[in-house]
Ligand binder design. Structure first.
Ligand code: HEM
Length: 176
């Protein structure tokens, strides 16, 4: 029995073979600091973060037929069209109104008559851009209904960015 007890005491007093060596050596501290430094330099942003350019602010403008004309989607221009004196930004519908689109004839123009009659004919567009606006006085109830329907659709879908007035009426009371 004494023998067993002695052996146990002997074993217990032996330094543990698998005793974990302390990791806090100076070399490890230096390596750790180095790793931190590398991580910092490789992860820090390379250049100053820049925000994407803000879209041009939408300002309510007064257009005349000639000043509306360039807004037809060519030369990177947005696409606008007018319906009964209101100018809509239909750029999100560029596929419809942009160059090559099925309704490109309306781009940059007063589209009221064409929409009312459901026609792409040239005569539907105001020919004399310097002259008076189309007063649509000859429209019948069906055409009015069609036109109102399109207007409602545009109101839901697009932003009004201005109004259309005849040349020479830009600053008049009637245009405000
Ligand atoms: C053959 C006859 C026609 C066909 C097959 C046709 C087809 C279409 C289709 C598929 C759409 C897209 C609807 C959507 O996704 O919201 C559309 C929209 C439109 N169509 Fe037509 N269309 C025709 C005639 C016309 C005519 C005669 C006009 C007027 C002159 C017209 C004016 C428009 C307009 C203004 C839009 C709305 C585009 C927008 O939401 O901004 N279409 N058409």
């Amino acid at each position: 029995m004494d023998y067993v007890e002695n052996r146990m005491n002997q074993e217990a007093s032996k330094p543990a073979a698998a005793e974990v060596q302390s990791v806090a050596t100076p070399v490890n501290a230096i390596l750790f600091a180095l790793a931190l430094l590398i991580a910092y330099y490789s992860l820090r942003p390379k250049s100053k973060p820049t925000l994407p350019p803000a879209p041009a602010p939408t300002v309510f403008q007064t257009f005349t037929p000639p000043t509306l004309l360039p807004y037809n989607g060519t030369n990177n221009m947005p696409v606008y069209l007018a319906v009964r004196g209101r100018v809509f930004d239909v750029t999100p519908g560029r596929n419809f109104y942009g160059p090559g689109g099925p309704y490109e004839n309306f781009a940059g123009r007063d589209a009221s008559r064409g929409l009312a009659f459901g026609s792409f004919d040239k005569e539907m567009l105001t020919e004399d851009l310097q002259g008076p606006l189309d007063k649509l006085e000859d429209l019948g109830p069906e055409e009015w209904e069609a036109l109102k329907g399109w207007e409602e659709r545009f109101e839901e879908k697009y932003l009004v960015v201005g109004k259309l007035v005849a040349v020479g009426e830009e600053g008049t009371k009637a245009s405000q």
